[in-house]
Write a protein that binds this ligand. Sequence first.
Ligand code: NAD
Ligand code: DAU
Length: 375
Amino acid sequence: MKRNIIITGGAGFIGNHVVRLFTNKYSDYHIINVDKLTYAGNLANLKDVENNPNYTFVKADICDLDTILGIFRKYDVDGVIHLAAESHVDRSIKDPFTFAQTNVIGTLSMLQAAKTYWMEQVAEGKKQMSDFRFYHISTDEVYGALEMTNPEGIKSDISDHTVYGKELFREDTKYQPHSPYSASKASSDHFVRAFHDTYGLPTIVTNCSNNYGPYQFPEKLIPLFINNIRHRKPLPVYGNGENVRDWLYVEDHARAIDTIFHNGKTNETYNIGGFNEWKNIYLIKVLIKTVDRILNRPEGADSDLITFVTDRAGHDMRYAIDSTKLKRELGWEPSLQFEEGIEKTVRWYLNNQEWMDTITSGDYQKYYEDMYSNR
Ligand code: NAD
Ligand code: DAU
């Protein structure tokens, strides 16, 4: 069936994997990637799909309601997968207003444009509201932080993995965001549900754990540290390195998004996670070991790079997702073992030094201008 789908934030880390999956898998869909190309947006992430006939890139700000409504009307949009956001916690601590603007006002503008366009279509008898879908991608950070009741780690009751406390985030865990980033994402989640409850917009929200894999902006722990190990630069570990994150390979997240967009129930929330808790310090040691092995350095040669620095303000202790609802209802589960995912990820960054260099030099931001000036 022909469908016109907006993916916002498609030039970012997770977005490019979702755009790639959808344009390659659904040749009958038209994918419209709406992205402002902030510092985090990089069209080089999409080189391999930019000439696909079912793909269009539109440079636009999600906060610009008129422009977004124009895109809905121009492309006759049937569905939205909304990823565009400011995503880095450290930046939100320095500049919370940008996070409120993009994540709250931007999401509200997307919802308002969708509602306006779809109400017009329904009023003209062209479509039924139930044919539409607004899928909002959110984070586990809205739930706040879990306690680390078992610092040594224990076997989980529900899967074959180590947990650092019995409690996990579930879909009914109450919202308790701590950082300006998570507060802005929590607010956007509430707006999405409000548009369902008030106007009958068919919406879905998912809350996912930490993603890792190719094309992640090197301000985030894993790509930053791989690059620093390679160049033998210090590895700034916040606090004592005991904080726990639940890591999921980004292509597994993209697969979950595909499953939920097509088969998820509207007005539902699904948690997406890796059943894969790691203390930062252990994860960093795995990164060092893997880079050293691949670069033929003596094992652990770069451990001296670990540098404990002042902790992140309000640093959440532990995140861990219970994604059994998604497995039970829609059959999704992570496909990649962490060891395999880390190996692939480290090799990708080491083999794509040019991609990394264009970011660290700032040249990547010229890609869009060059691409269009050459035509
Ligand atoms: P990212 O920072 O890598 O990419 C964000 C993208 O949004 C960029 O391409 C940027 O140009 C675009 N963007 C930002 N402001 C915009 C605006 N005003 N208008 C249009 N485009 C704009 O982010 P990511 O890590 O890929 O995260 C994507 C989404 O997934 C976010 O909503 C984030 O909250 C959520 N999420 C991320 C993770 C993770 O581990 N990275 C985990 C759970 C949820
Ligand atoms: O849980 C999902 C969230 O995961 C997403 O919603 C966010 O968009 C995404 O950025 C990520 O947030 P984190 O803050 O967990 O990711 P980050 O890579 O910034 O940090 C991971 C952990 O590593 C965290 O405990 C902080 C720590 N850290 C991070 C950096 C950048 C360090 O110790 N040193 C660092 O230099």
